[in-house]
Design a protein around this ligand. Structure first.
Ligand SMILES: [Fe+2]
Ligand SMILES: [Fe+2]
Length: 147
């Protein structure tokens, strides 16, 4: 079995979340309750993913790189806030049984695609290079506590 790394673990979670969001988009005009379930699983999963990054991964990256006062994690954290605002906007419409969320979906997906790509291409691979296998396992254990 291939070794579990930060990249494989977080790339897989991005793909899993993308699939849930696609289900929501595909189903919302034909099966609103099922689409709502997909959206709620997506939003809960994405919020947990963000907590894993902000409370475990980014602090580890900041320590390992020595960039505690700035750098890419500051940008990532502020993008998370922006992504969270669009999740809230879609969730408010869903609660009101309103499926007209195309504009919000497009903005969210655009933000999320760019954000995930910079994590997948830069941040996660750099972390796998910078931290030891022991630190990586400790990070996975800390994430399990959050889940
Ligand atoms: Fe992120
Ligand atoms: Fe991520």
């Amino acid at each position: 079995m291939p070794e579990r790394t930060i990249s494989t673990m977080f790339d897989e979670d991005h793909a899993r979340l993308d699939a849930l969001f696609t289900s929501f988009q595909t189903l919302k005009r034909t099966d609103f309750p099922e689409a709502t379930r997909a959206f709620l699983a997506f939003t809960a999963g994405l919020r947990r993913h963000v907590v894993w990054e902000e409370e475990v991964l980014f602090p580890l990256w900041e320590r390992a790189s020595g960039m505690t006062g700035g750098g890419p994690t500051i940008v990532m954290r502020s993008e998370h806030r922006e992504i969270g605002d669009w999740l809230d906007a879609i969730q408010r419409k869903i609660q009101a049984q309103n499926p007209d969320t195309e504009r919000e979906e497009a903005t969210l997906l655009d933000l999320l695609d760019r954000h995930n790509m910079s994590e997948e291409e830069v941040l996660y691979p750099e972390m796998d290079r910078m931290i030891s296998p022991e630190e990586r396992e400790a990070a996975f254990r800390a994430m399990e506590q959050i889940a």
